[in-house]
Design a protein. Structure first.
Length: 107
């Protein structure tokens, strides 16, 4: 009598659509794309947004704290407008008119 046929790994796993041969599959813990997706290039508006939201050290009333640059910029603009700078007053008026559009752009 002949011996029963030995089961092999290939016999357990049929080859077909979505089932590549066992010897060509990725090993456990190994990624199919080890370097991953390329990082997207930074755009100018994105770079400006990141720069405006980065924090800078400020001394206010003798107290040291870190404040976002955009807040420092807004305070300086308000101080200039309060001092009578016509260009600063116009800019604040424009920014107040365009408020929802500026907030939508998330600057």
């Amino acid at each position: 009598m002949s011996e029963p046929a030995k089961k092999t790994a290939a016999a357990d796993h049929p080859v077909g659509y979505g089932r590549p041969p066992v010897h060509t599959r990725f090993r456990k813990g190994q990624s199919g794309n080890p370097r991953g997706r390329r990082t997207r290039g930074r755009t100018m508006p994105e770079a400006i947004r990141r720069a405006l939201h980065s924090k800078v050290p400020v001394t206010e009333n003798g107290e040291h704290k870190k404040v976002p640059r955009i807040e420092v910029l807004a305070r300086q603009l308000a101080n200039k407008a309060a001092g009578g700078d016509v260009a600063a007053i116009r800019l604040i008026a424009l920014l107040c008119q365009a408020g929802p559009a500026v907030e939508k752009a998330r600057l």
